[in-house]
Design a protein around this ligand. Structure first.
Ligand SMILES: [Fe+2]
Ligand SMILES: [Fe+2]
Length: 379
């Protein structure tokens, strides 16, 4: 979602920049709420990543600067949110400064941005915790019982909209993941590789400079879609896919067709599931279609170069290669992080988008944490 930081006066209008459908709906809900109760100056959604139990900021509608761009935290480090989720009930805080020194960076940043009261509600899809909704106000004591009654209705509406979108996306990604699980992929191309590379991709997107940095919503879709990059390999014959040694020229040419196979497969799935209407579905197509392009134009299948390659594909390329380098293969040891980073730097501008390579190299500590987190599952 790309709600820009907006005008900072209490009565400033909400300004929306390139919003998704869901983002527009959130803004509409916010406008209606603010008309009823003007101090409510922020409505935000954070989603839970079930692989890591981390919360990621996802969507927001904010009057003034967004206090939490690209915010991520471990759910279990915020006991108050754990409690809200367990109780499956909203929490009202009508005097945030009085609870300053609470349990989160999130609370601290809200206070610094001038928020004085909050209403926080968990979002569930059945028994699964999807994330949280935050309604923040610029004055103390805003969330009176009548206001809470109104907010609760809107909270349920937003939760429903988020759940519907998530359900559509999860139907698609679950279908593809099932194909991967039951396909004849090599072990190193399933499980932990997909978790690691998608989280490396998320890390890169988060650290891209300036205007190219992904907004929170796109980062979530990147995390969901990156593991599906090689789905086309289900169409590659076993003798090539599982060949222990290097491929000859003919075999390599056939292996490369996994890009087209994947693209055609996902295109027909999107049609069948009628998912064309979904925001960001292009990211999925782009990742599958362009993840073997090289920044200098020497890759395949399209031979695109530079920024003609969609950014999500340039990110996935770096993340995918980085994980392959730092993982054991039957024919090679796992490279150290330093060795892999040196390779990214050498190939920066050739295979890799320099900005994407630098985002990973300069944040190798976070990359190391991802590698460690998903090591137990690795080959
Ligand atoms: Fe591939
Ligand atoms: Fe891969």
């Amino acid at each position: 979602m790309a709600f820009r930081p907006m005008t900072s006066t209490a009565n400033g209008t909400l300004r929306v920049c390139a919003p998704s459908q869901l983002g527009k709906r959130l803004a509409t809900v916010h406008e209606q709420l603010a008309a009823f109760c003007p101090p409510i100056s922020r409505v935000a959604v954070a989603l839970l990543d079930p692989a890591t139990d981390q919360l990621h900021s996802f969507l927001h509608s904010t009057r003034g600067d967004n206090p939490l761009p690209g915010y991520t935290c471990a759910l279990d480090e915020v006991p108050s949110l754990v409690q809200i989720a367990r109780a499956r009930r909203a929490r009202v805080q009508n005097d945030l400064p009085a609870v300053q020194g609470g349990d989160s960076e999130h609370g601290r940043r809200l206070l610094e941005a001038g928020y004085r009261a909050s209403y926080t509600a968990p979002m569930f899809a059945g028994d699964r915790l999807l994330g949280f909704l935050f309604f923040d106000a610029s004055a103390r004591g805003v969330f009176t019982p009548p206001v809470c009654a109104r907010v609760e209705v809107y909270a349920q509406l937003i939760a429903l909209l988020v759940e519907q979108e998530q359900a559509s996306i999860h139907t698609l990604t679950a279908a593809i993941r099932t194909a991967i699980r039951f396909g004849r992929f090599r072990d190193e191309e399933t499980g932990a590789h997909l978790l690691r590379m998608s989280h490396y991709a998320h890390l890169i997107a988060h650290h891209l400079p300036g205007a190219s940095r992904f907004d929170d919503e796109r980062m979530e879709f990147l995390l969901l879609f990156a593991p599906l990059h090689d789905i086309g390999k289900i169409a590659i014959p076993d003798d090539i896919l599982r060949k222990p040694g290097p491929l000859d020229a003919d075999e390599m040419a056939r292996m490369r067709t996994h890009v087209d196979h994947g693209y055609n497969l996902v295109r027909s799935l999107i049609e069948e599931f009628e998912l064309e209407r979904l925001d960001h579905i292009d990211m999925l197509r782009n990742i599958i279609r362009y993840h073997h392009e090289n920044f200098d134009g020497s890759g395949y299948n399209a031979g695109l170069a530079g920024t003609a390659i969609p950014l999500e594909a340039r990110i996935v390329k770096v993340a995918d290669v980085f994980d392959a380098l730092t993982s054991v293969r039957p024919y090679k040891r796992a490279w150290t992080l330093d060795e892999a980073c040196a390779y990214l730097e050498t190939e920066s501008g050739r295979q890799f988008d320099p900005a994407c390579a630098a985002a990973l190299v300069h944040n190798r500590g976070e990359a190391a944490a991802i590698r460690k987190r998903f090591t137990d599952l690795s080959a």
